[in-house]
Design a protein around this ligand. Structure first.
Ligand code: SF4
Length: 228
């Protein structure tokens, strides 16, 4: 078993947060009517993508009937539709949709992870649950040695990613979260680009439009090209 397989095995078996274990399994047992024929994943969701990625995308947590159903990040719900359409448009994703773990989707130069691997009630993991889960992201970040930039989806991903980098010894000042904010974090550190999270709450209210989201990914492409 290689280091990635080892990490994935540990993540999928994790039961550290009792509230989230109970919730993810309850959702998987009860299912949404539209998915009553699905066998829900109902476990923590590991990272997904290219282990040689130059770009790391960090989200919040699996959706109850999305990644918690399909077992792959941002797969099977509205957030994923919004994300993968945009990633495909700039060539990071092989197709503009993600419906199941065997839908042939591959990512090119990009890896997707999250600060919390279990679906939380109301999409809100507690600070304690996030801190239980962050060591998995920390381990992925150490393994992803080619990463030049990070796109943080939402304030919680932004703050916790900076927290991990500071914990690792980086002297990063206090930074403000704003959609489109782009920060150089320092020598030998990745740059950071902040985006609103493509949650239904944001996309259906117009807080995050397709145009706004597309600009994030074209900016990410531009920053990667500058670094070549
Ligand atoms: S949220 Fe993370 S730490 Fe908590 S049970 Fe799930 S995988 Fe484990």
């Amino acid at each position: 078993m290689n280091v990635w397989e080892q990490l994935e095995t540990e993540i999928v078996a994790c039961r550290l947060c009792p509230r989230l274990v109970e919730w993810r399994e309850k959702v998987a047992r009860e299912r949404r009517r539209a998915y009553r024929d699905w066998e829900y994943w109902g476990k923590p969701v590991p990272g997904f993508g290219d282990v040689h990625a130059r770009l790391l995308v960090i989200g919040l947590a699996p959706g109850a009937h999305g990644a918690n159903r399909t077992g792959r990040m941002f797969t099977g719900d509205g957030s994923g539709e919004f994300l993968y359409r945009a990633l495909h448009a700039v060539g990071f994703a092989s197709q503009p949709f993600a419906i199941s773990r065997d839908d042939s989707l591959t990512l090119e130069g990009l890896y997707i992870s999250a600060v919390c691997r279990c679906a939380p009630p109301d999409n809100k993991p507690s600070p304690g649950e996030i801190s239980n889960c962050l060591p998995y992201l920390e381990r992925e970040m150490k393994l992803l040695t080619g990463v030049e930039g990070i796109v943080a989806l939402g304030r919680i991903a932004f703050d916790n990613t900076l927290h991990l980098l500071r914990q690792g010894g980086a002297a990063i000042p206090r930074l403000d979260f704003a959609h489109g904010a782009n920060y150089r974090l320092g020598e030998s550190l990745p740059w950071m680009l902040a985006s609103y999270h493509p949650s239904r709450q944001n996309t259906q209210t117009g807080r995050l439009t397709r145009e706004m989201f597309d600009l994030i990914w074209s900016k990410a492409r531009e920053l990667l090209t500058e670094g070549e």
